[in-house]
Design a protein around this ligand. Structure first.
Ligand code: NDP
Ligand code: 2IT
Length: 445
């Protein structure tokens, strides 16, 4: 494989899809050597087949808001690769959603799901619908209209969607209700379901908890722990909440959270009351973090800024893609940061990752360290198939083991000659080998 040639071809075919091209480029760079050492991959054109989704469904969603006005949005489902299991991945409702973003997320999901050790392929979907300021009734009507199109192509053994930005427990409930009505069956077709109707304990916490478990493993390689560490978190959604909860429980001090309006710096750190308030802020549907500084006067609000200029030991970006650039990375390093664990998908730009690697700090890519979310989704599917529910302790122990296994896989494939662990390389190679070998076994299809 020639990375440059492949990228030129993809750029010509998919002009302007910058997030998708960025995600593919990162993987190709990591796997180039392994690929070229194994001519069977080239003979079967594995990479050309892997970088294009199996199929994409794009559809129109018409719905009526509370004032009686008719609205039209666009929806998509990208079914990327099902070599190792049914397509699996979240749905994102956010005005920024476009095909480039969903293709990047679906592509990442293939490798992430392979790393979880569970049988799940990769997919992603969503809509440019903006949940901000919408009533529950509007969210319900939109979700129902979305499912009216989506239900044709999903199923518990075909494609199993879940949540992502803008899609949490409430949205999964409305989507599931409509699916159940149309399909006339009650199956594990979505994950992140309510606990009374097939959901798994620990699923809401899983991504954030898993991210912290993964960072614990990285820190342990240096004889370090979270105890007494100062931690910057970005975002204030589902992933940020889970991460803040676990860091605090382990004796770390979370000093920042962020939203689209700016970030909060709280020198005293978060406790259970503040984390609960963060949930209230999120549930308000206003998408602002500024009120935190009014509620807790020891905290300050920095309008329009990101939290990466604060002096911290550990940074956990948990908001969205490309929210931490090369300059931010340099600031973190200058302030003595020793570990960056991605909770979001692709929050660090390629320049930022290069800065972390040059400075040889611990850095984990989202496809490894945020895999706990989809990992517990996989455990939810297992519980649904077996028609039983595991306890919180059982699910948490399995999640913890999954994160340890992913860490070990990254070490196996990413440890360089000088002992430094390139977790990006490790995660990409480990995920790729499992999917590529499965594709070889299954022939040219
Ligand atoms: P939430 O909707 O709960 O929170 C997302 C946060 O990011 C919000 O503060 C949101 O504010 C902000 N945000 C979203 N898009 C943008 C944007 N384009 N620019 C600036 N800020 C933005 O989502 P989650 O916590 O579920 O997801 C956070 C990240 O974690 C995402 O990258 C997601 O893909 C990833 N992830 C989620 C998993 C899950 O199980 N939920 C699993 C693995 C990864 P606003 O909407 O106002 O912009
Ligand atoms: O990015 C992700 O891994 C998710 N949003 C979770 C996907 C899932 O199927 O649980």
């Amino acid at each position: 494989m020639n990375v440059k040639e492949l990228m030129n071809g993809l750029e010509a075919k998919h002009p302007g899809e910058k997030e998708y091209l960025q995600a593919v480029h990162e993987v190709l760079e990591s796997i180039e050597d392994v690929y070229n050492e194994n001519p069977q991959y080239e003979a079967a054109k594995i990479i050309e087949r892997l970088v294009e989704p199996d199929r994409i469904l794009t559809f129109k969603i018409s719905w009526v808001d509370d004032s009686g006005k008719v609205n039209v949005n666009l929806g998509h489902r990208v079914q990327f690769n099902n070599a190792i299991g049914p397509y699996k991945g979240g749905l994102r409702f956010h005005p920024s959603v476009n095909l480039s973003i969903l293709k990047f997320l679906g592509f990442e999901q293939i490798f992430k799901n392979a790393l979880t050790t569970l049988p799940m392929g990769g997919g992603k979907g969503g809509s440019d619908f903006d949940p901000k300021g919408k009533s529950d009734a509007e969210i319900m009507r939109f979700a129902q209209a979305f499912m009216l199109e989506l239900w044709h192509i999903i199923g518990p053994n075909t494609d199993v969607p879940a949540g992502d930005i803008g899609v949490g427990g409430r949205e999964i409930g409305f989507l599931y209700g409509m699916y159940k009505k149309l399909a006339r069956e009650h199956t594990g077709v979505l994950t992140g379901k309510g606990l009374n109707w097939g959901g798994s304990l620990i699923r809401p916490e899983a991504t954030g908890f898993g991210n912290v478990y993964f960072a614990q493993e990285m820190l342990a390689t240096k004889g370090e722990t979270f105890k007494g560490k100062v931690v910057a978190i970005s975002g204030f959604g589902n992933v940020a909440w889970g991460a803040a909860t676990k860091v605090t429980e382990l004796g770390g001090k979370v000093v920042t959270i962020s939203g689209p309006d700016g970030y909060i710096y709280d020198p005293e750190g978060m406790d259970a009351e503040k984390i609960e308030y963060m949930l209230e802020l999120r549930a308000s549907n206003n998408d602002i973090v500024a009120p935190y500084a009014e509620e807790f006067p020891e905290a300050s609000f920095f309008a329009g800024e990101k939290p990466w200029s604060q002096k911290v030991d550990i940074a956990l970006p948990c908001a969205t893609q490309n929210e931490l650039n090369g300059d931010d990375a340099k600031k973190l390093i200058a302030n003595g940061c020793i570990c960056v664990g991605e909770g979001a998908n692709m929050p660090s730009t390629e320049e930022a990752i290069a800065v972390f690697h040059e400075n040889k700090i611990l850095f984990s890519p989202g496809k490894a360290s945020n895999a706990g979310g989809v990992g517990v989704s996989g455990l939810e599917m297992t519980q649904n198939s077996n028609k039983l529910n595991w306890t919180k302790e059982e699910v948490d122990a399995k999640l913890h083991q999954i994160m340890k296994d992913i860490h070990a896989a990254c070490m196996k494939h990413g440890t360089l000659e000088d002992g430094f662990v390139d977790y990006v390389k490790g995660a990409n190679i480990a995920g790729f080998l499992k999917v590529a070998d499965s594709m070889l076994d299954q022939g040219v299809i």
